[in-house]
Design a protein around this ligand. Structure first.
Ligand code: UDP
Ligand code: MG
Length: 314
């Protein structure tokens, strides 16, 4: 039996909280009765500095039924930080923690499959959306493009997986060694390694209230994802510099030919060559400096250099 904790970040969720809590309790009772999770498993809400009645509701729930617990952040720190707080606070209390949004857009009936995979020895189980029919065309297009771009940039994210996942205590312990402050959880969890699997589910529409992720926050998250997982953009500058410098060599030859065949105005060749060559050299130099900055950046993260999975000793 698994001691399962749920980590649920909430920001201004008074409209959905009662409903979500009720649905989760039904699911939990079912899982407890069928002996899949222990009686002391918990449903934990993390209030991310909400300005509405969210925290009052969490307190009421906790008083009514101790299966509900609450963590209150001192102020709004954003979804990723709230979730991280939940995971790190709960990691020593549970066998496994599932993270899920308060609006229950992710299917709570996927819990069963996640627990099965956990029992089969997986340390991380990713919830992956089977289709995106409930999304607008715009959201689907931008979201899928984002996953593709990230993968091209060398950050290995799981396609169509957001933050609905199960992690074991062992995976969370390993994850806690990632001390960086700029966090993009779905891109960092795969760095931990260990045996993992996916569970596919259909995502629903939000129960009530509105999305706390407007386009602006989505773009900010995407940018955070790219810049905290990859130094590829810097490398692109280096390449651009090299390419422009190469073009400048062709331009030098071209302008020399023009000069000697007499078809160029005097002064043109030297001006043109210096513009191209200097532009290319400057970009190249910025790129090289950038490479070092990229290295400094990676060093400052102080990420663990290895995580031992097993040690056959004695
Ligand atoms: N959330 C949070 N802090 C924030 C914004 C959002 O904890 O600053 C929580 C929110 O309460 C929800 C989850 O993050 O549980 C995902 O937000 P939402 O459902 O609005 O995003 P969407 O599903 O529209 O992408
Ligand atoms: Mg949502």
């Amino acid at each position: 039996m698994t001691k399962l904790y749920l980590a649920i970040p909430c920001y201004n969720e008074e409209e959905v909280l009662h409903d979500s809590a009720e649905k989760l309790l039904v699911k939990y009772t079912e899982l407890m009765n069928s002996g899949k999770i222990t009686e002391d498993s918990k449903i934990v809400f993390i209030d991310d500095g909400s300005k509405d009645r969210t925290w009052e509701i969490i307190k009421e729930l906790h008083e009514k039924n101790p299966v509900y617990q609450g963590i209150k952040l001192s102020r709004n720190r954003g979804h990723q930080n709230a979730l991280l707080c939940g995971l790190m606070t709960l990691k020593d209390k549970a066998d496994a923690v599932i993270s899920i949004d308060a609006d229950l857009q992710d299917d709570i009936n996927a819990f069963d499959a996640m627990i099965e995979k956990y029992e089969a020895g997986c340390d991380v189980v990713y919830g992956v959306r089977s289709k995106r029919e409930t999304d607008t065309f715009f959201k689907r297009f931008t979201a899928e493009a984002f996953y593709k771009i990230l993968n091209k940039m060398g950050a290995k994210v799981i396609f169509n997986h957001a933050d609905f996942r199960l992690m074991t205590k062992r995976a969370l312990d390993a994850f806690s060694q990632y001390k960086e402050t700029n966090i993009f959880l779905r891109g960092m969890v795969p760095l931990v390694g260990y045996k993992s699997d996916v569970v596919t589910y259909e995502r629903f529409e939000r129960l009530a209230g509105e999305s706390k992720y407007p386009l602006k926050k989505m773009l900010a998250l995407a940018w955070e994802g790219i810049t905290s997982l990859s130094i590829q953009p810097i490398r692109m500058i280096t390449w651009l510099g090299a390419i422009i410098f190469f073009i400048s060599l062709i331009m030098i030859i071209y302008s020399l030919i023009s000069h000697f065949t007499g078809s160029a105005v005097s002064g043109w060749a030297s001006t043109l060559c210096s513009i191209w060559a200097l532009g290319g050299l400057q970009l190249l130099a910025i790129g090289i400096i950038g490479e070092y900055i990229g290295k400094i950046y990676l060093e400052t993260k102080r990420r663990p250099r290895f995580i031992v999975e097993e040690f056959l000793e004695d």
